[in-house]
Design a binder for this molecule. Structure first.
Ligand code: TXA
Ligand code: MG
Length: 346
């Protein structure tokens, strides 16, 4: 299949809408990451998403809307807390899970009785949803397991030949996926951290629990509340180790590795301004205290490591405060949960 590269023009947005209405697949920009969209109410179109990504069938999709009114028909009811949350953070990088209505196809909810809904803030995304005239199911537009794409080129790298079109809307603003919170439990629960922080959720909801899968690895046999969190994820081909501790400890640790003399292509994933003092080739992902820039650049940095042929990567550990929790959560999965404390190691 030839994959069209569409531009951010009225004409091409209309074309994307037509393809989506006709049951096709279009990768679209959002303020978080690029999404691989299909008509959310058409089970056959949605099945195409799973095929194109190689996505496990038990991993449900987020439904994207362009007007608050569209939410009503997708869920059983909208409790006051959910509406308050939507009023505070929609449109924006927040996904809200509620019990689903009967119009949601099995393929979207992957057998669960809930549905995840997001009202994106990027104007182009909303225009595409309007042009399609239906809500759009859209997971991140990467091949299953790879880092999510944050620009049209990365999306094409993964999806060329597999889908009808990619619409180029430039670089994504946040660069990591939306915050996912479920209100289908007695106490609201954060399933995936994103740009809307736990503190911001608590301002509206009061108590919010943080799912065990957010900061660590689920134990064998525990059922994942958010199926996506159990898979190895966001991974470049290189093997990543997150190295906790100060820059000095990190430098000592990498120097010990170099002296040990293994001949793997070893890189450092570090903060801006640290390249001079680290004796490995470096890829940077923002300043140490700047979680927003780190979220914007992390997935691009992971793809760059692949492009440069990295085999082993020592990564500086980000702060887990505020948006940093989302950065750490993605890097932890990219590293297959491999974290060491450089102070203990050196
Ligand atoms: O920012 C985003 O959310 C992007 C853009 C395209 O909107 N989308 C995205 O979709 O990240 P995806 O499919 O890559 O991640 C959706 C996550 C998965 O971890 C999935 O398991 C979880 O949300 N999820 C979806 N529906 C759910 C449900 N009903 N219950 C629990 N988890 C759900
Ligand atoms: Mg994804």
């Amino acid at each position: 299949m030839e994959t069209l590269l569409l531009q951010n023009t009225e004409k091409d947005i209309a074309r994307a809408g037509e393809i989506l209405r006709g049951g096709g697949l279009v990768a679209i920009p959002t303020e978080t990451v690029y999404g691989l969209a299909a008509n959310a109410l058409d089970g056959a179109a949605v099945a195409g998403i799973f095929r194109a990504k190689g996505r496990p069938q038990d991993n449900p999709l987020i439904v994207h809307i362009s007007h608050l009114d569209q939410w009503k028909s997708l869920v059983r009811e909208i409790p006051d807390k959910a509406m308050a949350l939507a009023e505070a953070y929609w449109p924006g990088p927040l996904t809200i899970i509620l019990p689903k209505s009967d119009i949601i196809p099995e393929a979207v909810s992957a057998g669960l009785d809930t549905v995840a809904v997001r009202f994106p803030s990027m104007r182009t995304t909303r225009k595409i949803i309007d042009a399609a005239g239906v809500p759009l199911a859209a997971p991140s537009a990467n091949l299953s397991g790879s880092p999510s794409p944050t620009c049209a080129r990365h999306t094409m790298d993964d999806m060329n030949g597999r889908i009808d079109a990619v619409l180029d809307g430039g670089e994504c603003n946040f660069g990591v996926e939306s915050t996912v919170v479920t209100l289908a439990t007695d106490i609201p629960r954060l399933l995936r951290p994103g740009a809307v922080t736990p503190e911001e959720l608590r301002e509206v909801l009061g108590k919010v629990e943080i799912d065990d899968a957010v900061m660590g690895q689920l134990k064998e046999g525990v059922k994942a509340a958010s199926p996506g969190m159990k898979y190895k994820h966001y991974s470049p081909k290189a093997e990543i180790t997150i190295v906790k501790g100060s820059l000095d400890d990190f430098i000592k640790y990498t120097e010990t590795l170099c002296r040990a003399g293994d001949n793997k292509k070893r890189f450092a994933l570090c903060f801006d301004g640290e390249e001079e003092s680290i004796s490995l080739p470096c890829v940077t992902y923002g300043r140490e205290k700047d979680s927003l820039t780190q979220s914007h650049r992390l997935f691009t940095a992971l793809r760059e490591l692949d492009e440069r042929g990295a085999e082993k990567v020592c990564a500086r550990c980000p702060s887990t405060e505020g948006v940093g929790m989302a950065v750490y959560n993605r890097l932890l999965r990219a590293a297959g949960f491999c974290v060491i404390d450089s102070h203990d190691a050196s």
